[in-house]
Ligand binder design. Structure first.
Ligand code: ZN
Ligand code: ZN
Length: 512
C-alpha cells in the first residue's frame, strides 16, 4: 500500500534519487566526535538516549530545524489535497501547506491540528516518521557511534557470510549491532560497497538455486569471480593478486556514492583480498575534490581508521537543501595526499586517488557517453563491470521530448541514458542496477522494453528482486513525508546478448 503510494507520487515527479538524502548524514557521521564539538564549549554528549525525540521546529540542531522549514514550504496537507481531488476544483482552494507538527512524530504533516485529527491515514506513517526523527537526532547526539567503526582486514581463514546484514557484520568482525537503530545507521553507510560486494562475491546470496541468477548470469558471474577470487583451495591473500588484472567497476550516474570517503569503499576491497580494484565514478553530478592545498587528513595508517574526512563541523553545516526535483551535486570531497587531477588523461574534470595498493578511485564529472571511447577497446567481461545505483531509467526525462511533445523516458533520452545502455550492452560486461522500492525497480525494468537498442538486446544476469544489502533506513521525501523509500532496496543485472561469450563457454565451464 505504502509502496504503491510511493510509486504514484514519485512517478509524477522528475527523477528523485534517495542517494541525495544521504549526503549530509555521511558528512555528519564521518567526522571525529572531538572535531564536531571543538568549536563549542558543550560537552561531547549533546543528547541522551532517552531524549532523542524533538519536533523539527524545536530541535536543538539547526539543520533539523531547517529541514522542517523546507518541508513546510513544499509539502501539501494530505487532507486538503484529498478533498481538493474529490470536490469540484473550482470551488476549492489549492491544498494548504503543512504547518502543524504531529506531536507523536514531530514532522510537519498537516495544515492544522484539525486536519491532523481528521486524518486516520497518518497512523500508517507516524511510527516510521518518529523513528526517522529519533535516528536523525541520535546521529547528532554526540554519543560514540560504534556502528561506524569499520573492521580491519579479514583473517585468511575466516569466511564471510553474505546471508543477511546480521551475519555479514558478525562474520566480518564488526562491533555488535545491538539495536535496530545501529543496524539502520550502519546499513545506510555501507549499502553501496556491500551491495557491490554481495552481488559479486562467490558466497553471494543471489544464486541460481533461489532463481536470482540465470544460466547466462552464472557464466558472467563465474568469469568475474575467476578474477575476483583465487583457484579453489589457494589462500586468498594479497600476494595472490600478482598477475591478475585489476577489476574496474564503473559506477555511472554517481552522486552520493561518489562522496563516500575512500575508507568506506575500502570495505569492498577487504571482501576480496586478492583483487586490485579501480572504481570509476562517472556522471554529471560526481563530487570532485576540494581545490589543492586543502589536505585535511593524511591517508590513515590503518585501513580501517574511521577518523577520515571533513573540514566543517556541525555548526558550519550548510543550510538544508531540500531533496526534490533534480537532486543537487554532493559537496566537494576531501582531498587526500595522493589526489591528482586527471583532466589531461580523460579530458573532463576528474581526479584519481591511489588510496591503497588495493584501491584506486577515479571520479569524472561527465556523461558516460562522452568518455566511453577511452575505455571501449579495453573492456573485458572478466574484469570490468558497471553499477548504476537508482538510475531512474523509467522516469520521464527532464530535457527531452518525443514528436508529440511528451517527455521521453530517461532510458530513451538522447541527453540521459539513451546512448549509454547500448554501449554497455555492446561491451558484454555485466550491468548491475539498483532501485529504491519494488515500484522503482519495476518502473526501470519495464522501461528496458521501450528503449531502442536495449529491448531484445540483453540477457538477464540477475533477475529483479530484493537486495540483501539495501539500506534499512527509510528515506523520507521533503515534498511529501508520506513518501518513503530505502536506498538500494532492490537489485538486478543484465548484459548484452553475445556470441563471443558463448564461444568462451569452455573457459567459463571451468568456473561454474
Ligand atoms: Zn489541511
Ligand atoms: Zn505523526
Amino acid at each position: 500500500m505504502l509502496l504503491r503510494l510511493t510509486t504514484r507520487r514519485l512517478a509524477a515527479r522528475p527523477r528523485i534519487s534517495p542517494a541525495v538524502f544521504t549526503r549530509p548524514i555521511f558528512n555528519l557521521l564521518l567526522c571525529k566526535p572531538e572535531q564536531a564539538n571543538k568549536s563549542s564549549s558543550q560537552p561531547t554528549l549533546l543528547l541522551t538516549q532517552d531524549d532523542l525525540f524533538h519536533p523539527f521546529s524545536k530541535s536543538p540542531f539547526p539543520p533539523v530545524r531547517a529541514r522542517g522549514e523546507a518541508i513546510q514550504n513544499l509539502a501539501p496537507c494530505p487532507v486538503c489535497a484529498s478533498s481538493h481531488e474529490h470536490d469540484h476544483a473550482h470551488t476549492k482552494a489549492q491544498p494548504r501547506l503543512v504547518k502543524f507538527e504531529c506531536p507523536e512524530c514531530g514532522w510537519p504533516t498537516h495544515c492544522s491540528e484539525a486536519h491532523w485529527k481528521e486524518d486516520i491515514e497518518h497512523q500508517k506513517y507516524c511510527r516510521r516518521l518518529r523513528e526517522a526523527n529519533e535516528d536523525d537526532h541520535d546521529l547528532r547526539s554526540g554519543r560514540e557511534l560504534h556502528e561506524f567503526k569499520l573492521p580491519e582486514p579479514q583473517g585468511y581463514e575466516e569466511t564471510i557470510s553474505f546471508a543477511n546484514w546480521d551475519v555479514f557484520w558478525y562474520t566480518r568482525g564488526f562491533s555488535s549491532m545491538d539495536t535496530e537503530r545501529s543496524r539502520r545507521h550502519a546499513s545506510k553507510l555501507l549499502t553501496y560497497p556491500v551491495t557491490i560486494g554481495g552481488a559479486l562475491h562467490q558466497h553471494s546470496p543471489l544464486t541460481s538455486s533461489n532463481q536470482r541468477v540465470t544460466p547466462e548470469g552464472s557464466r558472467s558471474l563465474a568469469a568475474l569471480r575467476s578474477t575476483l577470487h583465487v583457484e579453489p583451495g589457494a589462500p586468498e591473500t594479497e600476494e595472490a593478486a600478482v598477475g591478475k588484472p585489476q577489476v574496474r567497476i564503473f559506477i555511472l550516474g554517481a552522486r552520493a556514492e561518489s562522496s563516500l570517503p575512500p575508507h568506506v569503499w575500502q570495505q569492498l576491497c577487504l571482501l576480496f583480498p586478492s583483487t586490485h580494484f579501480h572504481l570509476f565514478f562517472i556522471g554529471p553530478q560526481v563530487s570532485l575534490p576540494k581545490p589543492p592545498g586543502t589536505v585535511q587528513n593524511p591517508i590513515p595508517e590503518t585501513k580501517s581508521d574511521p577518523k577520515v574526512t571533513r573540514t566543517s563541523d556541525a555548526q558550519n553545516e550548510p543550510s538544508y537543501l531540500p531533496n526534490v526535483y533534480q537532486p543537487p551535486t554532493p559537496a566537494a570531497i576531501e582531498r587526500h595526499k595522493r589526489t591528482r587531477s586527471s583532466i589531461e588523461r580523460y579530458g573532463v574534470p576528474s581526479y584519481t586517488v591511489p588510496y591503497t595498493p588495493q584501491l584506486t578511485i577515479t571520479g569524472m564529472q561527465a556523461n558516460y557517453a562522452d568518455v566511453h571511447a577511452q575505455f571501449q577497446h579495453t573492456l573485458d567481461p572478466y574484469s570490468d563491470l558497471y553499477f548504476m545505483f537508482s538510475p531512474g531509467f523509467g522516469f520521464p526525462s527532464l530535457e527531452s521530448v518525443d514528436d508529440s511533445g511528451q517527455p521521453l523516458l530517461q532510458i530513451a533520452s538522447p541527453t540521459e541514458w539513451g546512448p549509454v545502455l547500448p554501449m554497455l550492452l555492446a561491451s558484454k560486461c555485466s550491468v548491475f542496477v539498483t532501485g529504491f522500492s519494488p515500484a522503482d525497480v519495476e518502473r526501470d525494468v519495464r522501461s528496458l522494453s521501450l528503449a531502442p537498442g536495449v529491448a531484445g538486446e540483453f540477457e538477464w544476469v540477475i533477475t529483479p528482486g530484493p537486495n540483501t544489502f539495501g539500506s534499512e533506513k527509510w528515506e523520507i521525501a521533503d515534498f511529501d513525508p508520506r513518501v518513503m523509500v530505502k536506498t538500494n532496496w532492490g537489485i538486478w543485472a543484465i548484459r548484452g546478448k553475445s556470441r563471443d561469450i558463448q564461444q568462451k563457454d569452455k573457459i567459463f565451464s571451468l568456473f561454474s
